[in-house]
Design a protein around this ligand. Structure first.
Ligand code: FES
Ligand SMILES: [Fe+2]
Length: 348
């Protein structure tokens, strides 16, 4: 998607790489590619895993003589280690140089690696511009029950800022105005505990299924936000009786662009409370998988509506709010902790 962000917009006034955990890739894509290279928080990184499934996320810079390490340059994984394309120095999953082709490895030669977490097959890396170690942990994966379908993951890239993306979880007015949800009701107030923010709301939405029959969905959602790169939304749809898990993962790419990934899974719908148009004849497992695809496609349509706004939006540090806006002020105060460099200058 094209679109320049001009002077005075969010990218210009908010530091583009706030501290936090950010999505890198799925284990599924890593299993397929073996060695991944990505632009992530303004760095070039590589990701691979050893035979036990431990994952390494590292800067794509060989500490020997500076070669890039990604597959497009010739980097490869051998016996769970990353081999540099330039002189064949070999790095294990902790980033240590463990072998070279012609001599013992130089002592304490290590890749710059990032702390990682894997949740539900999604790989995250810890980012801090000031080099601080992880300031909080991500939550445990939800219970591994086998009636949840595989994750369906979609990613869209656009000019934007991660703070503004997560802000939409508490911006209830936009749910009505941009997405056309009805009866949007906050459930309790937004709560904040350190890096964790919880916002709950109910709403209804009308959607054509398969493009022709209008259906009304009654939805309760709880957005569990752990920093600006990780939101987990727990959704119950009451008219069919459908449970949905949705991860909303925003990752700064290069200071201007953001990757927004949605990862969705739903629980097997054995006894739908009402007819699921066109899907009723399928076995539950298939029905669930197709339903999950429909749901994530619908979510992506919502995201596309947001992107139109996000990519041209100017950041307003002190917005003039109305009573219908939701807990934007609390959210903005919550966000300050993710800019430790700004806080140091404020404190000083
Ligand atoms: S630059 Fe990587 S082995 Fe020499
Ligand atoms: Fe939205």
């Amino acid at each position: 998607m094209n679109g320049e962000r001009g002077v005075g917009d969010a990218a210009a006034t908010l530091f583009p790489f706030p501290e936090g955990w950010y999505f890198v890739a799925s284990q599924r894509s890593l299993a397929k590619e073996k060695l991944l290279e990505r632009q992530w928080l303004g760095r070039n990184i590589v990701t691979w895993s050893d035979d036990d499934g431990s994952v390494c996320v590292a800067d794509s810079v060989c500490p020997h003589m500076g070669s890039a390490l990604g597959p497009t340059v010739g980097g490869r994984v051998r016996d769970g280690c990353l081999v540099c394309p330039f002189h064949g120095f070999t790095y294990d999953i902790t980033g240590n140089c463990v072998a070279t082709p012609f001599a013992p490895p130089p002592r304490s030669l290590t890749l710059n690696v990032y702390d990682t977490r894997v949740i539900q097959g999604l790989i995250f890396g810890w980012w801090s511009d000031t080099g601080r170690p992880p300031q909080w942990d991500l939550p445990d994966a939800p219970p591994a029950e086998d009636d949840w379908c595989d994750l369906e993951i979609r990613t869209v890239r656009f000019p934007g800022h991660v703070q503004e993306i997560a802000e939409n979880s508490v911006d209830l007015a936009h749910l009505r105005y941009v997405h056309g949800y009805n009866n949007v009701q906050p459930v309790g107030t937004t709560t904040v505990e350190g890096s964790y923010l919880l916002a709950r709301f109910d709403f209804t939405r009308r959607r054509p299924i398969a493009g022709f029959i209008d259906s009304v969905y009654r939805i309760s959602a709880a957005a569990h936000v752990y920093g600006l790169g990780y939101s987990f939304v727990d959704v119950q749809e009451h008219s069919i009786g459908m449970d949905l898990r949705l991860w909303v993962l925003a990752t700064p790419v290069d200071g201007t662009l953001v990757d927004l990934s949605l990862a969705s899974q739903i629980r097997e719908i054995r006894r739908p409370k009402r007819l699921i148009v066109g899907l009723g004849f399928l076995p539950p497992r298939w029905r669930t998988r197709i339903m999950n695809r429909l749901v994530v496609s619908a979510q992506m349509q919502d995201v596309q509506q947001d992107v139109v706004i996000w990519q041209r939006r100017q950041h307003r540090p002190n917005p003039r709010l109305s009573r219908a806006d939701g807990d934007i002020g609390r959210y903005r105060r919550y966000c300050r902790q993710f800019y430790p460099q700004d806080r140091a200058s404020e404190d000083g």
